[in-house]
Design a protein around this ligand. Structure first.
Ligand code: GAR
Length: 208
């Protein structure tokens, strides 16, 4: 069976991209990373991608300020690498609407909280975990969801919880959730590329 070519979009350290790549190496998955696109040329994750022979792409910074130009560039890259599935792994830019519409239910994002809580514009990385602690939550977690036009609003595919501990800091909570993310994201990609995720309206069903 042919492997599904995947684009992974990152903005920083890229540990979720690395976890996905390692999972692909360790277990037989019907997926391969066809290209890594970063919103920043200095993202640490790009180095790992290059060292591991993955095409590592960062567009000129001005491009991200022009919706049409960035849409054209992303769609051109997807076409060049025959991308079938897109994974946002710590990607902090908004995906242009035209890209979302060109890849219906084929773009997924990992978010470090239990959506719809603690999602939306400005809710990324440490901000999410600090907001969870400030609210006094007893659990948090991670969500992998389909990407819709608005931030963090698409149907969830996988969600799992972790406890919030009394002495947690944003950093300790982030570290606990990151471990979960590194398991959840490869699992979700595996399910999607084996055709094990059905979607009806907002409801996804995982067939295992
Ligand atoms: C991850 O925790 C990811 O869930 C989060 O950024 C981190 C990126 O880490 N994404 C968001 O907050 C998106 N709203 P990584 O670059 O090491 O994968």
């Amino acid at each position: 069976m042919e492997k599904t070519p995947i684009a992974v979009l990152i903005s920083g350290r890229g540990s979720n991209m690395i976890a996905l790549h390692e999972a692909m190496r360790k277990q037989s998955m019907h997926a391969e990373i066809a290209c890594v696109i970063s919103s920043s040329a200095s993202a640490e994750g790009l180095q790992y991608a290059r060292e591991n022979s993955m095409p590592a792409i960062s567009y000129k910074p001005e491009l991200w300020r022009d919706d049409q130009q960035v849409t054209d560039a992303i769609l051109h890259t997807f076409s060049e690498y025959h991308v079938q599935l897109v994974v946002l792994a710590g990607f902090l830019k908004k995906i242009p609407e035209a890209v979302v519409r060109a890849f219906p239910n084929r773009i997924v994002n990992i978010h470090p909280a239990l959506l719809p809580a603690f999602g939306g514009k400005g809710m990324y990385g440490r901000h999410v975990h600090q907001a969870v602690l400030d609210y006094g939550c007893k659990v948090s977690g991670a969500t992998v969801h389909f990407v819709a036009v608005d931030y963090d609003t698409g149907p969830p595919i996988l969600q799992e919880c972790v406890p919030v501990k009394a002495d947690d800091t944003a950093e300790s909570l982030a570290a606990r959730i990151l471990q979960l993310e590194h398991r959840l994201l490869p699992k979700c990609v595996d399910l999607l590329t084996r055709g094990k995720v059905q979607i009806e309206g907002r409801t996804t069903r995982v067939l295992e």
